[in-house]
Design a binder for this molecule. Structure first.
Ligand code: HXC
Length: 260
């Protein structure tokens, strides 16, 4: 574990970079400094050729109870817009080219849930409690909750969750399609690492373009999305790794990828 940050820890396990939120005393509330540190760690992992997949999880029993209300209560609207990185965090995560897996547990609320929703895959422990409780303190989601939950769940369910601020448990979140998988708390990190390692074995360019194509569909119509996917497919087809993958299949051996 690296101690270069105050509010997060980072670790590398083979080709997997792991970020742990580390303010357990305040349920990993996301203050400005923590968000800056997450962004910096993401950027470092994104630029590190040896890191193929990133996991974001936490120390302690909870993923995150959301934005730091004590800090946020001191901000004017203009300060928040101009100085606070909170509203921009998901743009920063979206610009990470590698898959990001969120491994969530305990309270995963408000900005904490929005952080998880901006990741590419979510694994939850059985005790995870998810919600957008901002309405209970006179606010609303500001880190993508109204947009991402509506795309995931449709209008009616998103309205219910965000307007009531109620929490749902991990099983319900799985049923609704918010989380990919529910596992026991003890196995949470191991499962996330296992999945990350499985993805890390694939051709890096193919992984990058799959992420790019899937994210593109959320911002475009079907025709544009299909055209974009086809272009990325042709690029991969001509790449060294694409050729190597197909050759390995024909020669009945494991492929050796170079990320080219
Ligand atoms: C700052 C927080 C916090 C938060 C908990 N704490 N959540 N501090 N910001 N979001 C602190 C508490 O003040 C307390 O510190 C300690 O963590 C333990 O919390 P308790 O409330 O004592 O724990 P418990 O009774 O178990 O209740 C857990 C809880 C509750 C239900 C999760 O803490 C809660 O409702 N928290 C707020 C959740 C929330 O509204 N999140 C949305 C935030 S707005 P002390 O020092 O008092 O012991 C948001 C907007 C995002 O996220 C916008 C993005 C741009």
């Amino acid at each position: 574990m690296s101690l270069q940050y105050q509010n997060i820890l980072i670790e590398r396990k083979e080709n997997v970079g792991i970020i742990y939120l580390n303010r357990p005393r305040v349920l990993n509330a996301l203050n400005r400094n923590t968000v800056d540190e997450i962004m910096n760690a993401m950027k470092d992992f994104n630029n590190d050729e040896n890191v193929r997949v990133i996991i974001i999880t936490s120390n302690g029993d909870n993923f995150s109870a959301g934005a730091d209300i004590k800090e946020m209560s001191q901000l004017s609207s203009i300060d928040a817009e101009e100085k606070s990185p909170l509203a921009n965090w998901d743009i920063a995560i979206n610009s990470v080219k590698k898959p990001v897996i969120a491994a969530i547990k305990g309270y995963t609320l408000g900005g904490g849930l929005e952080l998880a929703l901006s990741c590419d895959i979510i694994i939850a422990s059985e005790d995870a409690k998810l919600g957008q409780p901002e309405i209970n303190i006179g606010l609303m989601p500001g880190g993508g909750g109204t947009q991402r939950l509506t795309r995931l769940l449709g209008k009616h369910k998103a309205m219910e969750l965000i307007l009531t601020g109620k929490m749902i448990d991990a099983k319900e979140a799985e049923k609704l399609g918010i989380v990919n998988k529910v596992v026991s708390k003890e196995k949470l990190l191991d499962e996330a690492i296992e999945l990350a390692k499985e993805i890390a074995k694939k051709a890096p360019l193919a992984v990058k373009y799959v992420k790019e194509a899937i994210l593109f569909t959320l911002e475009s119509n079907l025709q544009e999305g299909l055209r974009y996917e086809r272009k990325l497919f042709y690029l991969l087809l001509g790449s060294e790794d694409g050729k190597e993958g197909m050759r390995a299949f024909i020669e009945k051996r494991e492929p050796k990828y170079k990320g080219k």
